[in-house]
Design a binder for this molecule. Structure first.
Ligand code: PLP
Length: 277
């Protein structure tokens, strides 16, 4: 079952107009929200970020907070899975002719849910590979937009290199991953790029910072360079579906001799507690 414009319908019966601006231009925004043990995790934060994305693109939010919650909970009932990943998309709507500028339209809302099976700690402890690339995306990476062509190109490169993620740099500073936020530990301090227009303000990023604080790890939201990345004691990436993953090899070079760091383990454990709190 999926939700489309007010109705719960089987996925193979869900369809939209070819004049939907989401289809024509990628003119829409989205959220990915994890569900653990039937509880929607950090819903308020996701809805707040959705509102920011909608405001930035001048799309009218079709629902109030309690209406979103009701729809999401209803959709979840159609699956027996306790852990799910909700995908929620709002496009500007269906236009009469294809033109770049827009008038006020009725937004198209599509939501689906899929089982969420996060990797176990034992799996994660093997460590993951990443590659680096210049960040050629636009200057509004804070908007969670459905137009993801650059991110798609990066993700395909990662696949070709059998890497988990592409770590992006702009003017020699690491911004984020193509689908995640990036952190390093150096001399017991956690560094991550500050929020702003060059990164998506990840909900998991906030939880990583919250967990690091709880584990008495000093946090510094300052950009760091490629050299800092390669010389880091630990490198992690975070996202709602991948949680917190340790990266032990970048561009074929081992990080910390390929060893998983103790800080990752502490922060990971704390994050697991938050999920079920
Ligand atoms: N940065 C980018 C570019 C992303 O696409 C994502 C997630 O999809 C994130 C960061 C992490 O965001 P969150 O933790 O809210 O999933």
């Amino acid at each position: 079952m999926v939700f489309l414009n007010g109705e719960f319908i089987p996925k193979d019966q869900a369809s939209i107009s070819v004049m939907d601006r989401g289809f024509l231009f990628g003119d829409g925004v989205y959220e990915v929200i994890p569900v653990y043990n039937n509880q929607i995790f950090r819903l308020d934060e996701h809805l707040e970020r959705l509102q920011n994305s909608l405001d930035s693109t001048h799309i009218t939010n079709p629902y109030k907070k309690d209406q979103w919650q009701k729809i999401l909970l209803e959709l979840l009932k159609h699956s027996a899975e306790k852990n799910q990943s909700l995908y929620l998309q709002v496009t500007r709507g269906v236009d009469s002719i294809r033109k770049h500028s827009f008038d006020e339209l009725t937004a198209t809302v599509f939501i689906e849910s899929n089982p969420l099976i996060p990797r176990t700690k034992t799996e994660l402890e093997k460590g993951y590979c990443a590659i680096t690339q210049p960040d050629f995306r636009w200057e509004r990476c804070d908007i969670k937009a459905t137009s993801l062509l650059a991110n798609i190109m990066y993700s395909q490169q990662a696949k070709q290199h059998q890497a988990e993620e592409v770590i992006l740099h702009r003017d020699d500073q690491i911004t984020e991953g193509a689908t995640s936020n990036v952190f390093i530990i150096k001399d017991n301090t956690l560094f991550t790029h500050p929020t702003g227009k060059h990164i998506l303000s990840g909900i998991t990023r906030d939880l990583v910072l919250e967990s690091a604080n709880a584990c008495s790890i000093q946090v510094n939201q300052t950009a760091f360079s490629i050299t800092d990345l390669m010389a880091a004691d630990e490198v992690w990436i975070s996202s709602s579906t991948r949680e917190i993953m340790p990266i032990t090899k970048i561009d074929n070079q081992l990080i910390n001799k390929g060893q998983i760091g103790e800080h990752w383990s502490q922060v990971y454990d704390h994050y697991q507690q938050l999920k079920y709190a």
